[in-house]
Design a protein around this ligand. Structure first.
Ligand code: GP9
Ligand code: MN
Length: 716
């Protein structure tokens, strides 16, 4: 008993609050637990965090110690409760940007009391206990020895390091990639997550703050000279999709090497192979994704901008202004866009980003009915996913753009063997061996989808686009991949392995063709817009219509690799694109430099949120009217003050001649400003001057910064 009584108060508080947070994670939030390892992290994290917070008390004098312990427990509890109420309303955690979204805060306010549950009282018990202990001096509060302080800090820091190490093992690059707020909270805890969010918001806002739109001049010029096409593509599909529904299927991790390929004499993707016979098939089409994987591919497709080098843009820049496909399709042709994906909508921050990009609505895991037996790998199997999606598609508005994202063929490509319809490959890589089975499963699911679309009478009026989002088999499996392909994998082959299938199937359209020009995800937006007959000449894009002959001629990867029509730059070697032989030095230089420049421009747009300054109709930089009005008002105020001064001066008998001259000069200029045309002319001039001045400075800064980032990325 004495021993317990001798325990310092901060330790008791640390344990109580830590346990409370654990109980909250485990029983109040509905966090999905995938493994025992995850369970361990979920327990270690709150204890580690709480110990760190309360152990800081050892550095304080006894009186302050008590206060600190009491207040810390209150603040932690308030943060917890606010998150809990928010979670009950939005199944998500609070972030700074969402907190400032008026409707979010409003929603929460109006339903505040209905979000409180009786069991929430339990979350206050520790605070009450801590207050009583502090008042009655139940536990020790004293000045601690230096040695004790050092030990306390070491223990708490060690607990945090343990937590971060475990979470890094569970989810590598968690902070860089973001994934999902639920993953972050599960692995590093609510409070570290809030810290991360604050740092993230501050850094994105700072970069945004320094941009003034002048940067767009150079970017617009580049796009005009190098990207925008003058001629219509020779295969004129312009307008072919007009008024039709568009269905885009993102086949998870589907690479092109499986198409028209056999395993033990059996076709791996029999349905897609047969579909290709009646479609446009691009067999030299590349994914260009980075850390944000599936979400990067979605970003590339909708915007024709590049993903970011060091973070998932869906996560870090979801509040930016974009000029995305769904928005343009809606404005120009009245299309409504929908996304279907049987995962949590907060994964990759899709709930926020879809709204930004102009999606009308989305259907996530909550919209699908299934039990545990219907799951393969990451969730609902693709066959049931498509079945239920067709039913939902009957209900959505027309014409629509529907994005369907599959899930079964996701790493680690595991599936019940009784459902597999093709043998595994036989190599040292279990991942590659299994891959063929899940790919086949998705192929069958897509076939079923087509059948059901036909049965439901939805097929004829729809244009189907099927593509892979990114690689499934990483270079880690090169040896086994080499066995499958029957050759040793060089950096050249590795680059070519980034091809994902791209198929456009137009029911009732007679022509079919395999097109082998170098194309990539950045080309999707202009291609689709042309097919829809949408004029979009002034857009800022980095891709071309895939059917065009007037193409840039290269596809830039985020890691510095570039695939061109004649050369491929990979692994710091320039290869002949045709033969895979090393080419003469310098053959890749021009293409490489242009690719790097494009990536920089794209990054500048995203970091600076530059589209808020650009008029996409006119292809001009927007003049900030608000700022102009403010400036005008300020000018007017100054003039009035000066007039008042002048009157004062004039009325004073001691006024000096010089002063009067000054005033009359200023007075003269004020007359000029009254003349509307003069004023306009003046303000434009000054603005242009400012734009030129600042654009040089900013260019330098951001290019350097981006180069640095790219180098880092390359090293990784
Ligand atoms: C997640 C799914 C898979 O919802 O799209 O994402 P990935 O891990 O491939 O980026
Ligand atoms: Mn994916």
């Amino acid at each position: 008993m004495n021993r317990i009584k001798n325990t310092p108060l901060f330790i008791v508080a640390g344990i109580l609050v830590g346990l409370k947070i654990y109980i909250l994670y485990r029983f109040y939030f509905s966090l999905s637990m995938e493994s025992l390892f995850q369970e361990i992290i979920l327990f270690v994290n709150p204890i580690a965090f709480s110990l760190l917070v309360f152990f800081l008390a050892v550095w304080m004098a006894p009186k302050r110690q008590k206060k600190y312990i009491k207040y810390a427990s209150v603040v932690i509890t308030l943060i917890i409760l606010f998150n809990l109420f928010y979670y009950r309303n939005f199944t998500d955690f609070i972030t700074i940007p969402t907190l400032f979204q008026v409707n979010n805060a409003g929603d929460l306010g109006s339903s505040f009391f209905s979000l409180m549950h009786i069991e929430d009282v339990l979350l206050l018990l520790d605070v009450v206990a801590i207050f009583i202990f502090a008042k009655r001096d139940t536990f020790v509060v004293k000045t601690f020895s230096k040695q004790f302080k050092r030990r306390a800090i070491t223990v708490s820091l060690a607990a945090i390091v343990l937590n971060l190490t475990l979470s890094e093992i569970e989810r590598p690059m968690l902070f860089k990639r973001g994934f999902d707020r639920e993953y972050l909270v599960k692995n590093v805890g609510l409070f570290t997550f809030h810290g991360y969010d604050i740092v993230l918001t501050a850094s994105t806002q700072t970069k945004r703050l320094f941009a003034d739109g002048s940067e767009m001049n150079e970017i617009d010029e580049y796009v005009e000279e190098n990207v925008r096409e003058e001629e219509k593509p020779p295969i004129d599909l312009s307008g072919v999709a007009e008024g039709k529904n568009i269905v885009y299927i993102a086949a998870e991790s589907m690479q092109d090497f499986v198409i028209n390929e056999d395993l033990n004499g059996e076709e791996i993707t029999p349905f897609l192979n047969s579909l290709i016979e009646e479609s446009y098939y691009f067999d030299n089409y590349y994914h260009q994704t980075a850390l944000g994987k599936t979400s990067d591919h979605e970003f590339l497709l909708d915007n024709s901008l590049y993903p970011l080098p060091n973070s998932a843009v869906f996560f870090t820049h979801a509040q930016n202004e974009y000029h995305a496909l769904p928005e343009i399709m809606s404005e120009k042709k009245g299309y409504k866009s929908y996304a279907f994906h049987a995962n949590n909508i907060s994964f990759w921050n899709r709930n926020v980003m879809y709204e930004t990009l102009g999606y009308e609505d989305w259907y996530d895991v909550e919209s699908y009915e299934f039990s545990k037996e219907d799951e393969i790998g990451w969730g609902l199997n693709d066959k049931m996913f498509f079945d239920q999606t067709v039913d939902m598609m009957k209900e959505i508005d027309e014409p629509h753009y529907a994005k369907l994202i599959t899930l079964t063929n996701h790493f680690p490509f595991e599936m019940p063997q009784e459902e597999a319809t093709i043998d595994q490959f036989d190599s040292r890589s279990v991942t590659l061996n299994q891959y063929f089975q899940t790919v086949r499963y998705t192929d069958e699911a897509i076939e079923r989808f087509f059948e059901k679309m036909k049965q439901e009478g939805l097929y004829e009026d729809t244009i189907f686009i099927i593509s892979g989002d990114h690689y499934g088999i990483s270079s880690y499996h090169n040896e086994s991949m080499g066995e499958f392909l029957g050759k040793e994998i060089t950096p050249y082959d590795e680059a070519k392995l980034q091809q994902v299938p791209f198929i456009i199937h137009i029911p009732g359209h007679d022509e079919s063709r395999t097109i082998s020009t170098v194309t990539g995800q950045v080309d999707y937006k202009p291609t689709l817009l042309n097919m829809l007959g949408i004029e979009n000449e002034k857009d800022i894009i980095f891709g071309n219509d895939m059917f065009s002959e007037e193409r840039k001629g290269f596809i830039a990867f985020r890691d510095g690799r570039v695939v061109g029509e004649e050369y491929i730059y990979a692994g710091n070697i320039c290869y002949d694109a045709e033969t895979g032989e090393e080419a003469e030095e310098g053959a890749c230089t021009e293409m490489k430099e242009q690719a790097a420049q494009e990536l920089n421009y794209s990054d500048e747009i995203i970091y600076g949120d530059l589209f808020r300054f650009y008029d996409f109709e006119k292809g001009e930089i927007l003049v900030d009217e608000e700022e102009d009005v403010e400036e005008e008002e300020q000018d007017e105020e100054e003039v009035t003050e000066e007039d008042a001064d002048k009157e004062e001066d004039e009325s004073s008998e001691q006024s000096e001649e010089g002063q009067n001259e000054d005033v009359s000069e200023e007075d003269g200029s004020s007359e000029d400003t009254e003349d509307g045309s003069e004023e306009d002319g003046n303000s434009v001039d000054t603005e242009e001057e400012q734009i030129e001045d600042s654009s040089e400075g900013q260019e330098e800064v951001s290019t350097e910064e981006n180069n640095d980032e790219q180098e880092n990325n390359n090293e990784e």
